[in-house]
Design a protein around this ligand. Structure first.
Ligand code: PLP
Length: 450
């Protein structure tokens, strides 16, 4: 680990001013009263400000799939920063963006072979929704404006993403948002599917709701359906067997685009490059981010079917017309592109997606060994993901799981909680004895939680 020197650490302890920073998705007052600061990282571990090595059970935030500070990625970023710091992608570009695009589409499901770069998952989602609207318009079906998401969906924090998303916190705080939006019901069915290993047996029929929404809005008004193949941020919800296939069939029947938001499932998390491949269902677009660069530099992307890209080009009009009026200052940023190239190479060289498939049975057994412990009401697993759902405390939703997070951190293990579900998603380089450490720590904590 590249340790910060002692003097720097001492200064940090003495003089770091926490006040000016408004932290994202954080209980700011609580954090600032008892800060948790990470000062270095390598492979499977973070180093805390007080000198503890913490096992990263969540790959940063579903993102550092190859482990932290991998030399190949660090070197690529360094070299690029010295060579070309920035070049716009508007009417000019630099080679690494094209190289990153080529490497990316070499691992996507067949037919999805063009990518539009953004800087985050949220931007990728908003970009995909805009592509869907624009695509129908350029094809002469401009009435297709309705975007359909799903309850308990998380698609980032842009207005498009929170509109199609199905988190009640967003609706409560931000109101109605985009107008032409509707939602499918979520697929969580504790009564029938608790303790499923991999895909649950029951619930393919939840996809039939799409037919009901088609009846309501009329297919001629519907542009796209967006779902996470595995919902992560609302508690690790694995799709029931046959559910995604049904969604695909109904979308095909009515000319509706299907978008998979693979911001967390992309890049090997379920054992294949994309969850679309794991579940054998090919969407029309995939949004990705996070592990695209192994999280070393922010980057997101929308991967689209050839037919979508070709339509924009064919209907683009005069040669000097901009076919899709959209883009970010940092789309395909040189440092992000270099990091993406190195990360995608590393995944391949170290066969890291295959490693997920190999480790998944061990991981599944370790996770399900927590069944029967106090408060546990469900355990869900797929690839290198586990969700441990706890009974919420009366009148204090989320409090029990958050207490588990704090206790795990103090015991040198990083987990994540969403509502009352503990979610774990380690880097793929995790060793079996580290899997044991992760689940043994959670086991000990569950035995003593209030
Ligand atoms: C499925 C999904 N979509 C979008 C996002 C948003 O990504 P970002 O935080 O990079 O904007 C996330 C973040 O966790 C996500 O899980």
């Amino acid at each position: 680990m590249n340790m910060p020197d002692e003097k720097v650490l001492r200064q940090l302890n003495d003089s770091l001013n926490l006040e000016p920073l408004w932290m994202p998705f954080t209980a700011n007052r609580q954090f600032k009263a008892a800060p948790r600061l990470l000062v270095a990282a390598k492979d499977m571990h973070y180093l805390t400000q007080d000198g503890r090595k913490v096992l990263d059970g969540i790959a940063g935030l579903w993102a550092v799939n190859a482990g932290h500070c991998r030399q190949k990625i660090v070197d690529a970023i360094k070299k690029q920063a010295e060579t070309i710091d920035y070049a716009t992608g508007f009417q000019l570009h630099h080679p690494a963006a094209f190289q990153a695009a080529e490497k990316l589409v070499s691992i996507t499901p067949k037919g999805l072979d063009h990518v539009f770069f953004a800087n985050s998952g949220s931007e990728a989602v908003d970009t995909a929704l805009k592509i869907a609207l624009a695509y129908h318009r350029v094809r002469g079906e401009g009435t297709r404006r309705v975007l359909i998401g799903r309850e308990r969906g998380y698609h980032g924090v842009g207005f498009g993403g929170i509109s199609v998303g199905g988190m009640s916190g967003n609706r409560k705080t931000f109101g109605n948002m985009l107008a032409s939006v509707d939602h499918l019901r979520h697929t969580h069915d504790l009564a029938r599917n608790a303790y499923s290993r991999g895909q649950p047996e029951h619930g393919a029929e939840f996809a039939d709701e799409l037919e009901r929404l088609v009846q309501l809005h009329d297919a001629s008004n519907i542009a796209a359906v967006i779902v996470e193949p595995v919902a992560g941020s609302t508690g690790v919800l694995v799709p029931p067997k046959g559910y995604l296939q049904k969604l695909r069939q109904i979308c095909d029947k009515h000319g509706i685009l299907l978008i998979f938001d693979e911001v967390i499932t992309g890049f090997g998390r379920t054992g294949k490059a994309f969850a679309a491949q794991t579940f054998g269902v090919t969407p029309d677009m995939i949004t990705c981010a996070k592990a695209l660069t192994n999280a070393a530099v922010p980057m997101g992307g929308v991967i689209v079917k050839k037919e979508i890209y070709d339509t924009f080009m064919d209907k683009g009009g005069a040669n000097n017309n901009i076919e899709f009026f959209h883009g970010y200052t940092y789309s395909g940023h040189p440092l992000a592109s270099a990091a993406a190239c190195a990360a995608l190479d590393l995944f391949k060289e170290e066969k890291l997606f295959e490693r997920v498939e190999e480790l998944a049975p061990y991981w599944e057994r370790a996770a399900h060994s927590l069944k029967g412990l106090p408060h546990v009401i469900d355990i869900r697993t797929i690839g290198l993901v586990a969700g441990i759902e706890l009974q919420p405390m009366a009148d204090k939703p989320g409090a029990r799981a958050f207490e588990a997070f704090l206790r795990a951190y103090n015991k040198n293990v990083l987990i994540r909680t969403t509502g009352d579900t503990i979610a774990m998603s380690p880097p793929f380089i995790i060793e079996k004895q580290q899997i044991d450490q992760l689940f043994d720590t959670v086991r000990d904590i569950l035995k003593t939680l209030p």
